[in-house]
Design a protein around this ligand. Structure first.
Ligand SMILES: Nc1ncnc2c1ncn2[C@@H]1O[C@H](COP(=O)(O)OP(=O)(O)OP(=O)(O)O)[C@@H](O)[C@H]1O
Ligand SMILES: [Mg+2]
Length: 334
């Protein structure tokens, strides 16, 4: 299995920034599978450390988990806590999630039991607010607790799935948590001499404590099952511009490949990525709006190209001026 640093290097090819979160999660996942292997060898019980990802929407939480599980070759499913809270049959819904994990493992229970389940929008389960006709957030937390702890679950087909070694990663934006932390963290008053000790203080102050999550509205038993917390920062304009070009499967690469398949060269000036990032930044949905803006830019081009096989090169110099459509270089007759 990959070392944590090798996992991070792999993640770097797909996920921009979020360096702290990458390290935290790589170590957590590496440790988890080492524990699973050891427990299997020794026939012992496994004390699992599930992971909580905190950060704004569209900053790479799901992407990072997906990329990691693909690398590890373990089955991976995502579910949303909001939809769990909208049903009266929470346990059926949870069973369905685990069934999807088994399906991802092509029905192989042993493989499914080494899988990763990502539950998003966990912050929507805070203790207040009860959705009409649904289950209270608190009761959903209790239902999730059971599988996160490792209770065996009976699937519809009558088979049992042992959840003891399944890694649960929960995610959420936790809007307002920073205010709670600002009130509860008192490290700032210890006379910080600047430099290194200031950096350590900053780190402690940024650390989310179980009591903060409790104050937010997660029950203590639940926060207790999520001992590892990784923070995702919001993406600035520069990060958004990098996301357009740097990841292996970046939008720029996808469209370059698409046009190349029709024998057309696509050249986009760096300025354009800055302009797209600027717009997407205003939409405040992290990297999510990048695709919309990019597609809008490409649509008129994709509309005319098929009718004009003589076009061999497309140049986009600005988001706000028409692209240049250049004819194919003449092939010497031969
Ligand atoms: N750090 C990043 N690096 C590269 N691409 C990113 C990054 N963050 C987001 N993206 C892009 O934005 C899309 C949405 O990101 P993702 O699904 O990971 O968001 P999220 O943090 O899970 O948000 P939510 O809380 O709404 O579920 C991804 O598919 C990817 O294309
Ligand atoms: Mg997500």
């Amino acid at each position: 299995m990959d070392t944590p640093s090798a996992l991070v290097r792999h993640l770097d090819q797909y996920v921009i920034g979020q360096d702290d979160a990458k390290k935290t999660i790589a170590v957590a996942v590496h440790t988890h599978y080492r524990k699973v292997d050891k427990a299997q060898r020794d026939g012992a019980d496994l004390t699992k450390s599930n992971v909580l990802l905190i950060g704004p929407t569209g900053t790479g939480k799901t992407l990072l988990c997906e990329t990691l599980s693909r690398r590890l070759g373990v089955p991976f499913v995502t579910a949303s806590a909001t939809s769990l809270a909208q049903t009266r049959f929470v346990n059926d819904e949870i069973e369905a999630i685990l069934q999807r994990l088994v399906d991802k493992a092509q029905g192989d229970i042993d493989r499914a039991e080494r899988g990763i389940v990502f539950i998003d929008e966990i912050d929507k389960l805070r203790k207040t607010g009860e959705a009409a006709g649904g289950s209270s957030g608190e009761s959903v937390q209790h239902a999730l607790l059971k599988i996160m702890e490792g209770a065996p679950v009976k699937l519809a087909a009558g088979r049992h799935l042992n959840t003891a070694s399944i890694l649960f990663i929960c995610g959420g934006a936790f809007v307002g948590l920073d205010n709670i932390m600002a009130q509860s963290h008192g490290f700032g008053f210890i006379g910080a001499g600047g430099g290194d000790s200031q950096a350590i203080l900053d780190r402690l102050n940024r650390r989310v404590k179980p009591t903060d999550l409790f104050a937010f509205g997660l029950i203590p038993e639940f926060t207790g099952r999520l001992p590892i917390v990784a923070n995702f920062g919001s993406l600035d304009r520069a990060a958004l511009a990098r996301i357009l070009t740097e990841p292996r499967d970046s939008l720029a690469n996808q469209f370059r490949d698409l046009l190349a398949a029709a024998g057309v060269e696509l050249a986009i000036y760096p300025r354009v990525f800055e302009q797209i990032a600027e717009l997407a930044f205003e939409y405040k949905t992290g990297a999510r709006s990048l695709r919309g803006v990019f597609e809008e830019m490409m649509t008129p081009i994709l509309y005319v190209l098929p009718d004009h096989p003589e076009i061999g090169r497309v140049e986009i110099a600005s988001l706000f001026s028409p692209p240049r459509l250049l004819p194919r270089a003449q092939q010497p007759a031969g």
